[in-house]
Design a protein. Structure first.
Length: 222
């Protein structure tokens, strides 16, 4: 990573620092609420989930779509960067911005399950799959933002990816090798779990790789 790329990544962290702090604080507030009881768990879980999803959407829309719309990319013409270089730096910068709160909030969710006696440790595999899917969800939205110029199309992508989270939660819970162990006293890390996690990781890498492949053919910055 050259010096210019590092500065562009640092720029993203600086520009969205309060968004990252706000999303992390909201997510942890949700986890604290979730520890207060059954009703609090449902409310807190929704807050935690919304904080992560909203962070990913706002980073993609503000970090890519807004720059394209406001024509704030003109200053890039003065830098010794090719359009492909800038796309790679933008992808890396926004990914780092998302990964920091995502890792903290994912770790917080795991700690909550382990610490609370009223929450079965069998939920850990399900929680891990959900956290991995939220990362995949962000990767898909970011990939779309780097390729799609239409606001209407991006709105459709956001709606579909948000719906996919609910469908994923319901679908994975109905898989016998996952769902039947969710209330177990100890987590079960079986072959089905590892296959699902590997599929999520592969799709995430694919979604993050597509902008890198298309960057080499770009003639404009975004």
């Amino acid at each position: 990573m050259n010096a210019i790329t590092r500065k562009l990544v640092a720029k993203e962290l600086y520009l969205y620092r309060w968004l990252l702090v706000g999303a992390t604080a909201a997510g942890y507030a949700g986890l604290v609420t979730a520890a207060s009881g059954e009703i609090g768990f449902n409310i807190g879980f929704i807050v935690w989930l919304t904080a992560i999803i909203a962070l990913g959407v706002m980073l993609a829309l503000f970090g890519v779509a807004s720059e394209r719309k406001d024509r704030s990319l003109l200053f890039m013409l003065s830098l010794p960067l090719s359009p492909g270089d800038y796309v790679r730096a933008k992808l890396l910068g926004l990914l780092v911005c998302f990964l920091l709160p995502w890792a903290l909030l994912s770790a917080g969710a795991v700690a909550l399950i382990l610490a609370m006696p009223g929450i079965a440790d069998g939920l850990l595999p399900y929680a891990a799959l959900l956290c991995a899917f939220l990362l995949l969800n962000f990767a898909l939205v970011l990939c779309a933002a780097l390729h799609i110029h239409s606001e209407a199309a991006m709105g459709g992508v956001v709606i579909l990816t948000n719906m996919s989270v609910s469908l994923f939660m319901m679908g994975v819970g109905r898989i016998p090798a996952v769902g039947q162990y969710m209330l177990a006293a100890t987590p079960v890390w079986n072959a089905t779990f590892w296959q699902l996690l590997a599929a999520e990781a592969a799709l995430t890498l694919l979604a993050l790789s597509l902008p890198l492949f298309s960057a080499a053919r770009r003639r404009d910055f975004l």
